[in-house]
Design a protein. Structure first.
Lengths: 113, 111
């Protein structure tokens, strides 16, 4: 199974700076997810896309987080400004359908100093 | 009460042991149940995907779902050092398709 690609793998930034993460899901998978995983916890959904449309962003802190998937393929998650509490692993996943098996990328580990 | 409860461990077993990992849940709408394995500094990897109650076997892994008790389990037979990882249960159901994860159980298999 081809992997979901994410970059960068690691990011260190200072608080109040802007950061962006990129995800390229397996080709043809219409549903894309961004999760945040704090150390010692399970992943928590931030946003779900169906093709290019956001269908669930109820858990996304919209005052500082934004996500887009302009052509329904790759996606970008942005944080501006970053806060200390944003330090976590940011995971991208994709599936063929909303309730289908979700396949995860390697994640981006963010450290905010 | 959290929707999904999972014993965080850590769990340490000798090579060859049978491992039992468990989760309980409170949301009756959950119908799809998954187990993921996550190695350190990696993304979760799907191990098992089951629908509703019953057992599903794949090699050394068996997933068990008991909806009447709201309890799911993952059994690993003949455990290997390469099985050392964090195991996450996850589930979904209802109308919002949201996948809810447990906190994960850290397993170490000692050679």
């Amino acid at each position: 199974e081809a992997e979901v690609a994410q970059s960068p793998r690691y990011k260190i930034t200072e608080k109040s700076q802007a950061v962006a993460f990129w995800c390229d899901p397996i080709s043809g998978r219409a549903t894309l997810y961004w999760y945040r995983q704090i150390l010692g916890q399970g992943p928590e959904l931030l946003v779900r896309f169906q093709d290019e449309s956001v269908v669930d962003d109820s858990q996304l802190p919209k005052d500082r987080f934004s996500a887009e998937r302009l052509k329904g393929v790759d996606s970008t998650l942005k944080i501006q400004p970053a806060e200390l509490g944003d330090s976590a692993m940011y995971l991208c996943a994709s599936s063929n359908e909303p309730r289908g098996e979700q396949f995860f990328g390697p994640g981006t580990r963010l450290t905010v100093l | 009460q959290k929707e999904v409860e999972q014993d965080p461990g850590p769990l340490s077993v000798p090579e060859g042991a049978i491992v039992s990992l468990n989760c309980t849940y409170s949301n009756s709408a959950f119908q799809y149940f998954m187990w993921y394995r996550q190695y350190s500094r990696k993304g979760p990897e799907l191990l098992m995907y089951t629908y509703s109650s019953g057992n599903k076997e794949d090699g050394r892994f068996t997933a068990q779902v008991d909806k009447s008790s709201k309890y799911i389990s993952l059994f690993i037979r003949d455990s290997q050092p390469s099985d050392s990882a964090t195991y996450l249960c996850a589930m979904t159901g209802g109308s919002n398709y949201k996948l809810t994860f447990g906190k994960g159980t850290l397993l170490t298999v000692n050679p």
